[in-house]
Design a protein around this ligand. Sequence first.
Ligand code: FAD
Length: 290
Amino acid sequence: MRVSEIFEAKKSKGKPILSFEIFPPKKEEALKNIDATLERLCDLHPDFISVTFGAGGSTADNRTVEIAKKIKNNYGVEPIVHLTCLHYGKEEINEILTQLKEAEIENILALRGDVNPNVPMKHDFKYANELVEFIKSQGDFHISGACYPETHLEAVDAITDIHNLKKKVDAGASHLISQLFFDNEAFYRFYEKTRIAGINVPVEAGIMPVTNKAQIERMVNTCGASLPRKFERILHKYEENKEALFDAGMAYAINQIVDLIANDVEGIHIFTMNNPKVAGRICDGIKNLI
Ligand code: FAD
């Protein structure tokens, strides 16, 4: 089923989409546990699960398609396969598209990806809108794109970033998933700008439930999300108490989601970090809202 059909079905019930994101584990050992993780995540009945894709390295090493197939065939949940393009040429992307067609996987999140300094760049694609256009020309896929409520770190400025986002949507991205953020007001301001710019596709809000301080510091450095003062106070107060930080992090994420749903957000995308306990706590906190 296409993500657009899932959106239509949820919209007719007046409910937002709830989706999860997972990553293919790098270590063989963790890969063996992926079935147990998927089973627990799928038991929570997300509308779809997206699977991240490495930026660089051989496509054969990338376990994304393999895991997406498990999600679809073993658990009956719709997968979205992420694809990045700075380190892959048209031939390699086509190889993956063929695998997706064979597996009847219809949904792709088309991304530029980040530069991996250890892997040579390919030069078929420079920006995600070019990948969207290419995928469109190769088959009948539903294509999603990424967006940045607090502006992409490399963007010239916020307005240029929105204009570039419009190029991605005009090329065929019919659904957007946002970068994580901790300040809902930033998301509302961004959403309004997308509508002013004529971007009319659904935008899912990316939520990262906090489980430890180091994780947040890493995230904030790599994606530039701002930290509201009340959030900083939680990190500071509970940084030495793992269990308390977990409770506070889940409560903060649930609060964010309740506010987003009250403001008619079209979808909530939870970066689960492959942790069913996190996803379970969040789902339990919002079970009558979704
Ligand atoms: P683009 O949309 O290409 O934008 C990148 C920059 O270029 C922006 O500054 C934009 O303003 C500018 N730009 C865009 N188009 C043009 C144009 N036509 N002309 C000039 N400038 C332009 N990374 C991974 O490696 N694997 C993943 O699985 C993954 N999943 C992600 C999931 C989500 C929900 C998000 C939000 C990000 C994800 N990322 C992933 C990270 C992503 O690859 C990086 O943020 C990357 O730096 C940008 O990718 P993009 O597709 O948004 O790029």
